[in-house]
Design a protein around this ligand. Structure first.
Ligand SMILES: NC(=O)c1ccc[n+]([C@@H]2O[C@H](COP(=O)([O-])OP(=O)(O)OC[C@H]3O[C@@H](n4cnc5c(N)ncnc54)[C@H](OP(=O)(O)O)[C@@H]3O)[C@@H](O)[C@H]2O)c1
Length: 330
């Protein structure tokens, strides 16, 4: 049994971690919940026990064996080093993912690397996780050469404030007035009735930070710097569930039927085998699996396949993947 702490326990990911620890019967001896001073005194339930949210890190640093980091990257950089030499931190933020000392783990793909940690294990970006879970069985068999991915990402990927924002804008009847007078809050533009082709900030080539996470994290998880990845990441007015249109080219030929055989019983995957049945974000909510459909021959890549991949970004894209990493440690 472990003493477990959740940093950011009142956020979308933190609350889901608490739920999943209970659902999967994680061996928790004592649970510590940490959030900002704004939430101090609030409570959350875990296995019928009401646990108070605290803004005091000291007891967690002294007692926690496993820490789930569900804070933003800046706070993670400030807080996580305080656990050095104490509990192992499984961090959901972007802070340590590309640090060569920190394993970046998706349990269906590279679980063995989790043991190489030096106190921190990083959870990949939500869009990367669902893509690599889906592609790994094919990569093992035919080796991926290059990937083109376009994402359709729900607002919850941004955090709780974005859910509030989409609800508010959706309820706002004077939509045109809102467009004219929009001053921006969570996103730079209205998200209701809209599609925003920017997640994160732009680099000198015109790619966003979210897009480059997919490029760099995919190579690190597959441990293959030769894989070429290009991505466009787009925010859409869906509450929960990220979707991805992926075209992938392999070193060796592969047919859609062969790919379906390889994916049918692969871990963490639910395959939709016929063209008229396909995954959608609405039906991925609260589900643990990565859903794959519309597998077909890609018309551009020589050994290419095209497919559609959907998952709950808060569960497999964050909290569930983190708890699965925790399970590897216990
Ligand atoms: N949402 C996703 O789909 C997703 C997927 C993959 C990775 N992630 C990553 O997971 C992390 C958490 O995301 P989220 O969506 O859960 O965000 P969120 O809903 O905005 O939650 C943020 C959490 O951070 C806490 N916090 C904020 N300021 C704090 C402070 N000064 N001191 C202590 N705690 C503070 C908040 O506590 P209060 O409630 O007290 O403010 C809340 O618990 C982020 O790094 C995000 O990039 C998210």
């Amino acid at each position: 049994m472990k003493n477990v702490a959740v940093l950011g326990a009142t956020g979308l990911v933190g609350e889901e971690v608490i739920k999943i620890l209970e659902q999967r019967n994680f061996p928790v001896k004592e649970l510590f919940l940490f959030a900002s001073g704004r939430s101090e005194g609030q409570t959350r339930f875990f296995k019928d026990n009401e646990i108070e949210i605290s803004n005091d890190l000291d007891p967690l640093i002294k007692k926690a064996n496993i820490v789930f980091g569900c804070l933003d990257a800046d706070l993670s950089r400030e807080i996580i080093p305080q656990f050095k030499g104490k509990g192992v931190v499984i961090d959901n933020s972007n802070a340590y993912r590309m640090d060569p000392e920190v394993p970046l783990i998706v349990p269906e793909v590279n679980p063995e690397k989790a043991r190489d940690h030096k106190g921190i294990i990083a959870n990949p970006n939500c869009s990367t996780i669902q893509m690599v879970v889906a592609l790994y069985p094919l990569h093992k068999a035919r080796k991926i050469k290059r990937i083109f991915v376009a994402t359709y990402q729900s607002v919850s990927g941004y955090g709780r404030d974005a859910i509030t924002e989409l609800k508010y804008e959706t309820e706002c009847m004077a939509m045109q007035q809102m467009v004219d007078k929009y001053e921006g809050s969570v996103f730079a533009y209205p998200i209701a009735n809209n599609v925003i082709p920017q997640i994160g900030s732009f680099d000198e080539l015109g790619y966003t930070t979210e897009e480059m996470k997919m490029v760099n994290e995919t190579r690190k998880i597959f441990d293959d710097e030769t894989i070429q990845v290009t991505a466009i990441c787009v925010r859409i007015p869906v509450m929960i569930g990220h979707s991805e249109a992926v075209s992938v080219d392999f070193e060796q030929p592969i047919t859609p039927d062969e790919a379906k055989q390889m994916l049918k019983d692969a871990p963490g995957i639910k395959l939709f085998e016929t063209d008229d049945k396909y995954p959608m974000p609405l039906f991925s909510v609260n589900r643990d699996l990565v859903f794959i459909g519309r597998i077909r021959k890609d018309l551009v890549f020589e050994n290419g396949l095209a497919m559609w991949i959907v998952a709950d970004n808060i569960r497999k894209g964050a909290a569930l993947n983190a708890v699965q990493i925790g399970e590897l440690l216990v």
